[in-house]
Design a protein around this ligand. Structure first.
Ligand code: PEP
Ligand code: MN
Length: 356
């Protein structure tokens, strides 16, 4: 065979490819047309019976040289491509989905999360006493921290471990945040605690273990206060996003997403911080993103590079545990920064106090 003959055959293949491309798009346009009609009439869009019939008819009409199983494979792929519009449309319609440059900025009494400045959410793992929280809040507010964290209801692995002060802890948080002009963020573990948490806190936290507690998500969706949703430690980003959707569907659009590490085989850190989650969530959603550098790593010697990485990846806020005497803390003693350690973290990050 001459080179010219080979070239001629190749150019025929090219023609066929372009024809196939055209036919595939004609087919896709028809599929979309049908989808719109079905939608208008409220008919179920997915029709597996019709697909099976079409596949059988195609196999019967096939006279080779491609064998039946290859034809089936190709057409299954083509049929699956019909789902593209449906999936895309469903994703676009989600409340969390970002459209263009849209960004949600949470503004609580002038303190903003998601406006481009990095906020710090700092404070102890759990509220232990008025004095304990007062000492920490005083130091943090002097350093320009606006958002004070501290658990009153603590999700503990062991039922014998300190479970938090409960409602008295919430009152301490409220008193101290008001005294220092700060905002309080604390976890709500159960819908039965919701009214009390709403009364005393400015931001409601949903912990990693409750990310898939859909009734709780619905409940905070109706709570009328900003919610920080932590990623489940075994959850994919898709599951995380849909959990946030649960809150938003109920009418609460003040949602903040928090990456706090996922479980992997790695033991050098308590969890594995999924840093890629930050730019992905920022690309796919319009919600502010927080990175919890304490629960993700479980250690404080790498606090600075981890916080710097989170900010470089686009985090809107950093959550970090700070305690005046971590060695005496009733939970997470190893990972809580002392006040001087927190001060040098701020200095290392070159963070000016966040613009209110
Ligand atoms: C917390 O922030 O207090 C906490 C318990 O974190 P997580 O839910 O991420 O474990
Ligand atoms: Mn903790």
């Amino acid at each position: 065979m001459s080179d010219a003959e080979l070239e001629a055959l190749r150019s025929q293949i090219d023609d066929v490819n372009f024809k196939l491309l055209e036919m595939l798009n004609i087919r896709a346009a028809l599929v979309d047309e049908i989808r719109k009609i079905k939608e208008a009439r409220g008919i179920e869009k997915f029709d597996p019976k019709r697909e099976a019939e079409m596949l059988n008819a195609l196999v019967r009409a096939n006279h080779g040289p491609l064998p039946h199983h290859v034809i089936k494979q190709i057409f299954r792929m083509i049929f699956r491509s019909s789902l593209y519009f449906m999936e895309q449309q469903a994703k676009d319609a989600r409340l969390i989905t970002r459209h263009g440059a849209e960004r949600t900025v949470i503004d609580i009494d002038g303190t903003r999360i998601g406006n481009g400045a990095v906020q710090m959410m700092a404070g102890p793992c759990c509220i232990e006493s008025h004095e304990q929280l007062d000492t920490i809040a005083k130091a943090l507010s002097a350093l320009g921290v606006k958002i004070l964290r501290g658990g009153a209801f603590k999700p503990r692995t062991s039922p014998y471990a300190f479970q938090g002060l409960g409602v008295p802890g919430l009152k301490i948080l409220r008193d101290i945040t008001r005294a220092y002009g700060m905002l309080g963020i604390t976890e709500v573990m159960d819908a039965r605690q919701l009214d009390a948490v709403v009364e005393h806190a400015d931001i409601l936290q949903i912990g990693t273990r409750n990310m898939s507690n859909f009734d709780l998500l619905k409940a905070v969706g109706g709570a009328g206060k900003p919610v920080m949703l932590k990623r489940g430690f075994m959850s994919t980003l898709e599951e995380f996003e849909l959990a946030a959707e649960y809150i938003m569907v109920e009418g609460n659009h003040q949602v903040i997403l928090c990456e706090r590490g996922i479980r992997t085989f790695e033991k050098a850190t308590r969890n594995t911080l999924d840093i890629s989650a930050v730019p992905i969530l920022k690309r796919e959603t319009h919600l502010p993103i927080v990175v919890d550098i304490s629960h993700s790593t479980g250690r404080k010697d790498i606090a600075l590079p981890i916080a710097a990485a989170a900010i470089a990846a686009g985090a809107d806020a950093i959550m970090v545990e700070v305690h005046a005497h971590p060695e005496l803390a009733r939970s997470d003693a190893d990972q809580q920064l002392t006040i001087p350690e927190f001060t040098s973290l701020l200095r290392g990050l070159n963070l000016k106090p966040a613009v209110p």
